[in-house]
Ligand binder design. Structure first.
Ligand code: GLU
Length: 482
């Protein structure tokens, strides 16, 4: 059975890259009828952040990624890691290292001065047995280090990157168990992946250089190694590594901003992966993603984190969810923003519903802003700023505005089909022709006179929403003030 895992360290909020890793592991397990295991890797006590574990759990829940097992907490399993560290010592695949922090620092400085890659110099591997015993007897603190073979190579066929090879001589003798008895990531991760029978390790590219160390541990302990797949980095639009400086990186931030989990999951799934087929089809639910997911189709190159696309997807998902609800369209719209509207606006429901229709797209995106979007409909009176109505760009001066408004008023007074936007349009286009003006020269002053706003829904929508009486009244008032 396929078993995947998501093992974050509780060092802060869940990063969008972390969510993608979780998602791919989740999709892979679900697709193959396997299990998705959740584990908290909290053995680095210095980096643990209070509340981070709870936040990780909540964020996964919000995203809809339910796990089958866990969370397993590594800090509650330290005896296990100690046991395997001892076993590695016995097997000769690890050794005690008594080096002091000062000695290691000196060593590192020297390596740096000689432009050498930082790497433990194996001082303690070469310690004579007698000396080692003396140090142990004196209770000198020590760490346990992995003994990497002096030569040879470690290779594997990566699920994403294909063949990957590391030369042993480039690999550091990693610390496995610290002097306080806590394991490092490498030991705890391998022990747990083995004990939890993980078959597929899918993780970020930043762990690529850890994998040969892990493979050597599997080999030393005689364990079957899982398959490995390393996901490409997430990039900013300028192809630099995704960073806080260029926008939000915590899933939490998007959640707080009101992005729908469906949209975030959809967006994240397509960062470096697409099911193939019609490339323009980009809207997938979690169920569809499970059905279509394949790790082989994950791209090798970095994936660009494009916020505009996320906004677009969020919009698509709001629409979808809205349409999927039962009930009358306008009632649904009203329900969405009801709590944000003043009660006195609700006395004329039919009028309110028409107003809402004209700003529907905006409401779907930000229901809480509805009041602001339709405020102009409810103003008893407002002054139409002369310098707004006269618009040189539209070739509208004061006298054109006057001509346009009186022409429109006259034409509307004898017009009855206000409930039909198309008919309104045809009718007013005739006015434009009759006055010998351009569309904008008539529609701009009309719309501004009706709304008092620089930006608003289009003129025919506004006329339709206001209805004949109110529309003509507003137009007349504006004309008088010009
Ligand atoms: N604890 C590691 C992290 O924080 C897990 C990496 C892995 O998947 O092996 O991402």
């Amino acid at each position: 059975m396929i078993r995947t895992r998501f093992p974050p360290s509780p060092t802060g909020f869940l990063h969008v890259g972390g969510l993608r890793t979780a998602l791919y592991n989740y999709l892979y397990a679900r697709k193959h009828g396997g299990k998705f295991v959740f584990r908290i890797e909290d053995t680095d006590r210095a980096r643990a952040v209070p509340g981070a574990t709870e936040n990780l759990i909540e964020t996964l829940q919000w995203a809809g990624l339910d796990y089958d097992e866990g969370p397993y907490i590594q800090s509650q399993r330290t005896d296990l890691y100690k046991k395997y560290a001892d076993e590695l010592l016995k097997l000769g695949a690890a050794y005690q290292c008594f080096c002091t922090a000062e000695r290691l620092e000196k060593m590192r400085n020297e390596q740096e001065a000689h432009k050498l890659a930082p790497k433990y110099d194996r001082h303690c591997l070469k310690l004579p047995a007698a000396e080692k015993e003396k140090l142990i007897a004196a209770q000198t603190p020590f760490v346990i280090r992995q003994k990497i073979p002096a030569s040879g190579e470690v290779a594997w066929n990566d699920l994403v990157r294909g063949d990957v090879t590391f030369q042993c001589e480039t690999i550091d003798d990693q610390i496995l168990l610290k002097s306080d008895g806590f394991p490092t990531y490498h030991l705890a991760n391998v022990v747990d992946d083995h004990l939890m029978e993980i078959t597929h390790v899918i993780r970020g590219e930043e762990w690529l250089s850890s994998t040969p160390k892990h493979i050597l541990l599997y080999r030393a302990l005689g364990w079957k190694q899982p398959e490995f797949g390393h996901l490409p980095l997430l990039l900013n639009k300028d192809r630099t590594k995704l960073s806080k400086r260029q926008g939000d990186v915590a899933v939490e931030d998007y959640r707080k901003k009101g992005y729908l989990p469906e949209a975030v999951i959809n967006f994240i799934a397509l960062l470096g992966w697409h099911p193939g087929g019609d490339e323009t089809n980009e809207i997938f639910s979690l169920v569809e993603l499970i059905e279509k997911f394949s790790i082989e189709k994950v791209h090798k190159g970095g994936a660009i984190f494009d916020l505009e696309k996320l906004d677009w997807m969020n919009w698509q998902w709001r629409r979808r969810k809205f349409e999927a609800q039962q009930g009358d369209h306008e009632e649904k719209l009203l329900k969405l923003c009801d709590e944000f509207l003043p009660t006195e606006w609700k006395t004329n429901k039919e009028f309110l519903k028409r107003c809402l229709r004209t700003v529907e797209e905006k409401i779907l995106q930000r229901p809480s802003e509805t009041k602001q979007y339709i405020e102009f409909y409810f103003k008893e009176s407002f002054d139409v700023p002369v310098d707004l109505i006269a618009n040189p760009k539209m070739k509208v001066d004061l006298s054109t505005a006057k001509t346009a408004l009186s022409g429109v008023i006259e034409a509307l007074e004898s017009f009855e089909k206000f409930d039909n936007q198309e008919a309104l349009k045809t009718h007013l286009l005739e006015v434009v022709a009759k006055l010998g003006l351009k569309n904008g020269q008539v529609f701009w002053p009309t719309r501004v006179a009706l709304t008092g706003e620089q930006f608003s829904p289009g003129v025919f929508e506004v006329l339709w929403a206001l209805g004949k009486e109110m529309a003509i009244e507003r137009l007349k008032k504006a004309l008088k003030n010009l």
